[in-house]
Design a protein around this ligand. Sequence first.
Ligand code: ADP
Ligand code: ADP
Ligand code: ZN
Length: 214
Amino acid sequence: MKIIMLGAPGAGKGTQAKMLSEKYDIPHISTGDIFRANIKNNTELGKKAKSYMDAGQLVPDELVVDLVVDRIKAKDCFKGFILDGFPRTIPQAEALDYALNNQNEKIDYAINVDVPDEDIIERMSGRRACVGCGATYHLVYNPTKKEGICDVCGEKLILRDDDKPETVKKRLQVYHEQTQPLIDHYEKKGALLTVDGTQDIKVVFEDITKVLDK
Ligand code: ADP
Ligand code: ADP
Ligand code: ZN
């Protein structure tokens, strides 16, 4: 099953992608996590991506497309994959379509987690991310068992720099301009599944899996 997650920053893409990855035993590929790992390890890619990310802008297409296209050719993607945070622009979506087409494959589901802008700022200020494994939590809606410590790997949690309200506003603007048009793109292909992302995490998950399990 080949899945992509669509939705505003903070809509819950990563949260659902992690749960789907476990249920269907396919890899969860987050381009945001890949960039953050590169920044942490001070790689050339990390150095190039950082200024864009800090400003709440998208990293240029040419820095992300080849990376993802190569990643989905890896053996562990044989049964499928969940792309989280990619594609984010029409040229990225077209490059992905082209790469899959060449292998007679296609995206089965583009899951649009729908959350209005008003809810996003609050979600982001309460989001805490694990520096070790990338798991995300929320102070109120999805707290860890032990405060400040990841349930999965025991590492520390942080508030991401780009989750501060000013940067979140910029990211929302970028989302509406550059990423939202992808909803139409996948609707035309008959792959779109829109779910109400304002519901409880478990209910959103049920809404998704009841369609995928059909
Ligand atoms: P969120 O979880 O809030 O949606 P991500 O972790 O997916 O955010 O992405 C964080 C930042 O990484 C983005 O604001 C952007 O700068 C960069 N980024 C991630 N994926 C892409 C992509 N496919 N194209 C361009 N930039 C990206
Ligand atoms: P994205 O990957 O789309 O940027 P995340 O999955 O990281 O979003 O979720 C953003 C924040 O909102 C996190 O703190 C997460 O715990 C919380 N969250 C995710 N889904 C829900 C939900 N259905 N209801 C309330 N909070 C949620
Ligand atoms: Zn962790």
